[in-house]
Design a protein around this ligand. Structure first.
Ligand SMILES: Cc1cc2nc3c(=O)[nH]c(=O)nc-3n(C[C@H](O)[C@H](O)[C@H](O)COP(=O)(O)OP(=O)(O)OC[C@H]3O[C@@H](n4cnc5c(N)ncnc54)[C@H](O)[C@@H]3O)c2cc1C
Length: 199
């Protein structure tokens, strides 16, 4: 459900479940802002907000008794900085969408989870991991991020810890030279499973 003052999609009707279908979201209000301005409006007006990425968590971690804010429209690859070796994506960006773009330029992330269609912010917020005991989890690639706080501040952070202090609007992830194993993994993703992206 959306505030009538905000021109976003509304899905007040019908049951909404996580990706696996084992959990039914209870949030009474559901928002899909499309722009930063809409997101800021929702953040200011919605109560007890929780961000919703691609909904792949098996439990209620992305749920709220009141408001859920989807990042599905914040899915773009914003920039690849070949000097700094970073890629900037929107918070709702999905690995399966932007990793192939990195691959085309001969780059890759240091690791990926088993599914390509989880969002960057959701994966980082839950310390999602890939394979290899010596490889850091996905959040360990984050070089910086832009955070929209509940008090409507856009805060830019570089290389630090994550906390429950706001909604990641953008994130920069470090990438490295592509390697055959990783590129095979990335290029093997079917377009049908690709989703959105953010900085
Ligand atoms: C089939 C399957 C395979 C999986 N494989 C792996 C695996 O290989 N390795 C692994 O570690 N995990 C794995 N997972 C778990 C998955 O990585 C996590 O559940 C991850 O959180 C999913 O990301 P999401 O975008 O769906 O986040 P969601 O489930 O939507 O949200 C997770 C958390 O992130 C928060 N969040 C989302 N977006 C934002 C944002 N923009 N700002 C602030 N907070 C935000 C939510 O509020 C919530 O607390 C798997 C899950 C499934 C269903």
């Amino acid at each position: 459900m959306l505030s009538p003052l905000i021109s976003c999609d509304s899905r007040a009707k019908g049951v909404r479940k996580n990706w696996a279908g084992n959990y039914e979201y209870e949030a009474k209000e559901y928002y899909e802002p499309k722009t930063l301005a809409e997101l800021q409006t929702v953040m200011k007006r919605a109560g007890n907000r929780k961000a919703l990425g691609s909904g792949h968590s098996f439990n209620d971690i992305a749920d709220s008794p009141l408001s859920q804010i989807s990042t599905k429209h914040f899915n773009k690859l914003l920039a690849i900085d070949e000097q700094a070796m970073t890629v900037t994506v929107e918070g709702g960006a999905r690995y399966g969408q932007f990793a192939p773009e990195l691959h085309k330029r001969g780059y890759a992330l240091h690791n990926l989870a088993s599914l390509p269609h989880i969002s960057v912010a959701g994966a980082c917020a839950t310390a999602s991991h890939g394979s290899g005991v010596k490889n850091g989890n996905l959040s360990s690639a984050v070089a910086g991020l832009e955070l929209l706080t509940a008090s409507d501040e856009l805060v830019s952070l570089t290389r630090g810890g994550f906390g429950c202090v706001g909604l990641y609007h953008e994130a920069d992830a470090r990438h490295s030279e592509d390697v055959s194993g990783m590129s095979g993994c990335v290029s093997g993703y079917a377009p049908a499973v690709a989703g959105g992206a953010s900085r």
